[in-house]
Design a protein around this ligand. Structure first.
Ligand SMILES: Nc1ncnc2c1ncn2[C@@H]1O[C@H](COP(=O)(O)OP(=O)(O)O)[C@@H](O)[C@H]1O
Ligand SMILES: Cc1cn([C@H]2C[C@H](O)[C@@H](COP(=O)(O)O)O2)c(=O)[nH]c1=O
Ligand SMILES: [Zn+2]
Length: 205
């Protein structure tokens, strides 16, 4: 916490899938432990890619985490669970309801350093709630980029592929997955099914 005001703060690590968000989260947690600080780590129940109670990177690093109900008021559990921890980390923020925004701010008000990680865009290239609200209210925001799998430029977007084809714009937003369903892409190489981007813009006009 800050020495003068006794308050904490919120750090957001965002960007595309495969950009190193979870690696960066784990790096910050390792440094907090070296500093002798108490650490509490949370992940959403919906994301079971790396086993029930760990958060993991795309290259195999892991950290134990408490699983939290991501829907509705579920994130409020974090306030009851370990709110005295000096460092509170929350991975895969994109799966949580907007209640997570209030949780992070209450924890910071109570004096914790809160580190939140999550991708900021859906497969459609639209803002992925609640990341926009978290990024707006945080003290620190880092937006990381992966490498575009098509052209090798910095990637800011998440390409969803279903059986190798770009996903349909009307597909559900939530689909847990990794390399089998998603690729990091730049703005230029990110596509929806042929003509859908134009159709969507027409519908809005
Ligand atoms: N297209 C890519 N661009 C960059 N890194 C990639 C890519 N595909 C796989 N990786 C691997 O993913 C790692 C990052 O994993 P991770 O921290 O889990 O990312 P995130 O949490 O942002 O999805 C990289 O260090 C690299 O080994
Ligand atoms: C773009 C997008 C992603 N998801 C899911 C897919 C993964 O399970 C996570 C992101 O994980 P990462 O640690 O950032 O690699 O989110 C989704 O459900 N819907 C989407 O549109
Ligand atoms: Zn590209």
């Amino acid at each position: 916490m800050h020495a003068i005001t006794q308050s904490g703060w919120v750090e957001v690590i965002s960007g595309s899938m495969f950009s190193g968000k979870t690696e960066e989260l784990l790096r910050r947690l390792r440094r907090a432990e070296i500093a002798g600080q108490s650490v509490a780590v949370y992940k959403p129940a919906v994301d079971d890619r790396y086993g029930e109670t760990t958060i993991g990177t795309h290259n195999g690093r892991q950290w134990d985490a408490t699983v939290v109900d991501n829907e509705g008021d579920g994130p409020l559990e974090i306030l009851d669970a370990d709110s005295a921890a000096e460092v509170v980390a929350i991975d895969e923020a994109n799966f949580f309801s907007e209640a997570l925004v209030e949780v992070c701010n209450v924890l910071a008000d109570r004096g914790s350093r809160v580190i939140v990680s999550g991708t900021d865009q859906t497969f459609r290239g639209e803002p992925f709630e609640p990341l926009p609200q978290l990024m707006a209210t945080a003290e620190y925001v880092d937006k990381l980029r992966a490498i575009c799998t098509v052209c090798g430029e910095p990637a800011t977007r998440n390409q969803r592929l279903i059986e190798g084809e770009p996903a349909h714009v009307d597909d559900p937003t939530i689909l847990v997955g990794a390399e089998e369903s998603y690729e990091a892409r730049c703005r230029d190489c990110h596509v929806l099914r042929t003509g859908e981007r134009e159709e969507r813009l027409d519908r809005r006009a």
